[in-house]
Design a protein around this ligand. Structure first.
Ligand SMILES: [Zn+2]
Length: 77
């Protein structure tokens, strides 16, 4: 199982517990603190959206599990 984050980067994953940092997809700004959430297996969880302090982009955040890492349609972060 692997984790993919929209609006963030994965710092650590342990089962369904994911540690990530919020990241602006517009300018690449990454917060310097970790957040942790629980993602249901093979499902998607919305996380807290944020407004980028660098470029004011409103970034939506979602975290999802997907099976394996070999699906060619998916790219890991
Ligand atoms: Zn930004």
């Amino acid at each position: 199982m692997a984790i993919e984050v929209t609006g963030g980067i994965v710092v650590n994953e342990r089962g369904t517990v994911v540690t990530y940092r919020q990241k602006c997809e517009e300018c690449g700004y990454v917060y310097d603190y970790n957040k942790t959430t629980i993602v249901p297996a093979y499902s998607t969880r919305s996380a807290r959206n944020f407004t980028c302090p660098e470029c004011a982009n409103y970034q939506e955040v979602s975290v999802r599990h997907y099976y394996g890492g070999s699906d060619p349609k998916r790219k890991p972060n």
